[in-house]
Write a protein that binds this ligand. Structure first.
Ligand SMILES: [Zn+2]
Length: 475
């Protein structure tokens, strides 16, 4: 049986222990879970998924390029095994890196990974020998990871307790993700509390009210106490917010005194000794989820990191507008209004420009105006090439709408800035077919129907060669 130091003193970070058993790690077993943990360890951040979420499918443990792995038990350990909604601790067990910790009955199983290249015979790398029973080892936790877990986990306790007290909401699901945590609050009827003034839903206003209350609990620095009970009957005398799932060896965690608890629930996780150590609780979002309300939030150093991140974004944006953060929304709105005005002006300018181009084109088509000396503009040509200096391909398409089905011959509207054409005709010749058959000769692409098509080229030279080819083909 392993003595569980994390139950005796949650702040134990390093200790001496004796190895009581060593077995080669069974590679096939839960490799997804272990690789998930190992990946989190490599980034120094808490495991992404805690409660039955094994979305990571690849495995590093099964990879022959890394050293052998062993399952080790100790006479005493402060490594918290995965469970109760909290991911396991990582750290060093003697010279060996701990990549996973699981509970198996009375024992805590530490999976260690030998350094790259070691096969267990101990020839390569800084580790002189593989682990052996009876060996004395000095152990140390990755404390940043553990404390991060403690802050987040305790933050979830406090917020869940507040939602329960404020609106009878029961926490039916918990996820500790890499970017945020979520709790799923169900506003179900509670037969033990026939209170009638419960809200029918949770909106952001109510969530922020609960957030404030939760932070008031943090600021009160209420004690966080773990009460252990051998029997269910005794444990049930506590003001629990959730029915017990166990009959014996029950740990009840209370934030504040049991007489006036901010939260009181069965839990085997690790918690700081006082609520103040949670630091900060911040709710980001509320959404409907399967007849429940999913609350997105963060706690502890991560909530501060999120503040830093968002503050940096806001500072950067407001600096870009030569504004203070407070004035930034007004500046942005003013800018948006200005942009709408400019868009409106641009729309009318383009409309006028298109009208002007159409008038000039109509004059050439009808013979009222003499054809210019530009290529493919002679009335004798089977097509008319019409260059557009200041209009885009989309503008050219707007212009083409006036000639679809009624152009006296094929018109090639050439948008110079895009080095591309809109073809438009009365249906003969077939515009789409011409593009499909000839554009690719000059690295062009596009398509369309009988009366209009796009032909897109990467250079003016290729575009003009295409127009020339059409002229020859249609002659
Ligand atoms: Zn807990």
């Amino acid at each position: 049986m392993t003595a569980k130091l994390y139950q005796q003193n949650v702040y134990t970070r390093s200790w001496d222990a004796r190895i009581t058993s060593v077995t080669p790690h069974a590679k096939a077993e839960s490799t997804a879970r272990i690789s998930d943990t190992a990946r989190s360890a490599s980034t120094g951040i808490a495991a992404a998924s805690l409660r039955g979420d094994s979305s990571v499918g690849d495995s590093s443990v099964g990879d022959s390029s890394v050293g052998a792995a062993f399952d080790i038990t100790l006479d005493q350990t402060a490594f918290f095994p995965e469970g109760g909604g909290q991911s396991c601790d990582l750290g060093m067990l003697g010279p060996y890196q701990v990549i996973d910790v699981q509970e198996n009955g009375e024992e805590v199983i530490h999976t260690v990974q030998l350094p790259d290249g070691m096969d267990g015979s101990g020839a390569i790398g800084p580790v002189a020998e593989p682990p052996q029973e009876g060996m004395s080892v000095h152990c140390s936790l990755d404390w940043d990871r553990r404390f991060d877990n403690m802050q987040r986990h305790c933050g979830e306790h406090i917020l869940s307790g507040i939602f329960y007290a404020r609106c009878g909401g029961v926490n039916r699901g918990f996820h500790m993700g890499e970017d945020y945590m979520t709790i799923d609050i169900s506003l179900e009827d509670d037969p033990t509390d026939p209170g009638t003034d419960r809200p029918a839903s949770i909106d952001m206003d109510l969530a922020l009210e609960c957030e404030k209350r939760a932070n008031q609990v943090v600021w009160s620095d209420a004690p966080v106490t773990v009460f252990r009970f051998e029997e269910r009957e005794e444990a049930e005398k506590m003001p629990l917010r959730k029915a017990l799932a166990f009959d014996e060896d029950i740990s009840i965690v209370c934030v504040g005194s049991p007489e006036n608890a901010a939260d009181c629930v069965a839990c085997c996780g690790t918690h700081p000794a006082t609520a103040g150590q949670v630091g900060l609780i911040k709710i980001y979002k509320v959404e409907n989820y399967k007849n429940m309300f999913r609350i997105y939030f963060e706690a502890g150093a991560r909530a501060l990191a999120d503040y830093d991140h968002k503050h940096a974004i806001l500072t950067d944006l407001s600096n870009g507008y030569s504004s203070s953060i407070d004035d930034f929304p007004d500046k942005l709105r003013a800018q948006e209004e200005k942009l709408a005005e400019v868009k409106d002006q641009l729309y009318h300018t383009k409309k006028a420009l298109i009208g002007k181009e159409c008038a000039a084109l109509d004059a050439v088509l009808s013979g009222e105006a003499p054809a210019s000396s530009q290529p493919l503009q002679d009335p004798a040509d089977p097509l008319l090439l019409w260059p557009l200096e200041n209009l885009s391909l989309d503008d050219a398409f707007d212009m083409a709408k006036r000639y679809m089905k009624k152009a006296p011959k094929l018109i090639l509207l050439y948008a110079k800035q895009n080095t591309s054409f809109i073809l438009v005709s009365a249906g003969d010749p077939k515009c789409g077919q011409l593009v499909r058959e000839y554009a690719s000769f000059y690295q062009g692409k596009g398509g369309g129907n009988d009366v209009s098509a796009r032909a897109i080229f990467t250079s003016e030279e290729n575009a003009m060669l295409f127009a020339d080819l059409l002229g020859k083909h249609l002659r």
